[in-house]
Write a protein that binds this ligand. Structure first.
Ligand code: SAJ
Length: 438
């Protein structure tokens, strides 16, 4: 492989992870070939625009005609130019919560079919998968295409560790781990990624070690969130606010503070545990704790819908006449990403009870769910009985709550993320409720 700083890097998939990665390598001085199957994505990126929902990417897409910046829909065009090809395609779960590896397979096939042969091009999977997927999915393709590892191609795994909406942890400032069966290629990838990020880059041995590290990073996060969500259902029944308990516990040096909420969304945390569950099932080892944590987190939107129904009943607002406004729809603050958002099952549960549901999310303007009224501006939302804070966007916290109060039919607010100043809202005349609060 050429010296790290003289290499040409290909990125397959220009989404939330791939585009910032392509930009990061371009900023680091590399020749970059970015590939996406979407004409819309390619034309927007070529025009210097940001096709992702992550506002941190808004102003960093290279301008049209920038040197060393080649964007195309054709893998076959890009790959022959590349010393290293990074694959950053989605790895969602199917409707029955099984890992969907079709994108990984299709992207791998397109790359391997485009290899010139004899160049030992390094192909790195960055998408989150369970241990064993890279080898199981890609090695059969090499055999099928008559490609020889170490001669035509070497495969590796370097999990993306990207936190949308968090500029402090962008691709140029996160630690990385690299798995590869060939130690020398592993070392060369350490040199390559060390020019992308200022943080630690480490060769960790086999593909499976790096694959597993990424999955359990997110499994651990899901378990920790599930714990506080379970506590958020226990402590109100004891007449205690869970936030008081967690804040007190967090004074201990090694207590990790998480926040209960209306649910766990996104394309990482609620998805990756199913990869671990599936892998454990493949080898006949139970993953009871990981499975139970998923159950707790998936139950939160339904739990909150039940609490809201009870609050409306206590306020003598009949469910069939009730109107509830969801503040926020995106799975996470400061990004416009509806994937796996708990807002959806929450809205569905309320609609099933006959409640009319509206939503205002300043980061999202696409139609969100049949039957939900979308307010482009908060000022259009009036006549509601209860507001649910679903996503802690700054715009939600800083909204004009006083004028919203005037427009409410019944001024009730439910803080689904424990980020509102409930005392201030109470003194402003709101009836305030929150997840985990008695
Ligand atoms: N959430 C809670 N309580 C918490 C933390 C999160 O309910 O205490 C909810 C969020 O509201 C959201 C979901 O969980 O709905 C996921 O939140 P997240 O902060 O984990 O955000 P993600 O999904 O963008 O996670 C990304 C991941 N990054 C990568 O996969 C590279 C994850 O591995 C990171 O740990 C996470 O960012 C982060 O913030 O560090």
């Amino acid at each position: 492989m050429a010296e790290a700083d003289k290499q040409t890097v290909g990125i397959i998939g220009l989404g939330y992870v791939g585009l910032p990665t392509a930009i990061g390598f371009h900023d680091a001085g590399f020749e970059v070939w970015g590939v996406d199957i979407s004409e819309r994505t390619v034309s927007m990126v070529r025009a210097g625009e940001n096709p992702t929902g992550d506002p941190d990417v808004d102003d960093i897409v290279p301008a049209p005609g920038a040197p060393r910046w080649n964007i195309t829909t054709s893998t076959a065009e890009a790959v022959p130019h590349c010393d290293v090809v990074l694959v950053t395609v989605p790895t969602p779960v199917t409707h029955d919560l099984k890992p969907d590896l079709t994108y990984v397979e299709a992207a791998g096939r397109a790359v391997f079919e485009s290899l010139p042969g004899g160049t030992n091009t390094v192909v790195v999977l960055e998408s989150t998968v369970y241990p064993g997927v890279t080898a199981e999915t890609w090695l059969p393709l090499l055999d099928e295409l008559g490609l020889v590892q170490g001669v035509d191609v070497t495969i590796a795994y370097c999990p993306e560790r990207f936190n949308p909406g968090d500029p402090a942890h962008g691709v140029r400032s996160v630690a990385r781990v690299i798995g590869c069966s060939d130690e020398q290629v592993g070392a060369s990838l350490v040199a390559l990624y060390s020019q992308l990020t200022s943080e630690d880059v480490r060769y960790v041995g086999r593909l499976e070690v790096a694959e597993a590290a990424k999955v359990i990073e997110n499994v651990q996060r899901d378990l920790n969130i599930a714990l506080v969500n379970e506590l958020a259902r226990i402590f109100p029944a004891l007449g205690v606010d869970v936030e008081d308990v967690l804040s007190a516990a967090a004074t201990k040096w090694n207590f990790h503070r998480y926040t209960p909420g209306v649910g766990v969304g996104g394309h990482c945390i609620p998805v990756d545990p199913y990869y671990m569950i599936q892998r454990a099932a493949n080898v006949g080892v139970p993953a009871n704790l990981i499975t139970a944590a998923r159950g707790v987190n998936r139950s939160m939107p339904i739990h909150v819908a039940g609490v809201i129904r009870d609050l409306l009943f206590e306020a003598e607002v009949p469910a069939k006449d009730a109107r509830v406004l969801l503040m926020g729809w995106s799975y996470k603050a400061e990004v416009g990403d509806p994937r796996e958002t708990p807002a959806e099952p929450l809205a569905e549960a309320l609609l099933e009870k006959g409640v009319k549901v509206g939503v205002w999310d300043p980061h999202l303007d696409e139609p969100l769910l049949d039957g939900v009224t979308v307010h482009r501006v908060l000022g259009d939302a009036d006549g509601y009985d209860l507001v649910v804070l679903v996503t802690a966007h700054r715009a939600c916290l800083e909204a004009d709550w006083a004028s919203l109060h005037q427009r409410m039919r019944t001024p009730m607010v439910y803080d689904g993320r424990r980020v509102l100043d409930l005392d201030a809202l109470t003194s402003d005349g709101w009836k305030t409720y929150a997840v985990g609060r008695p």
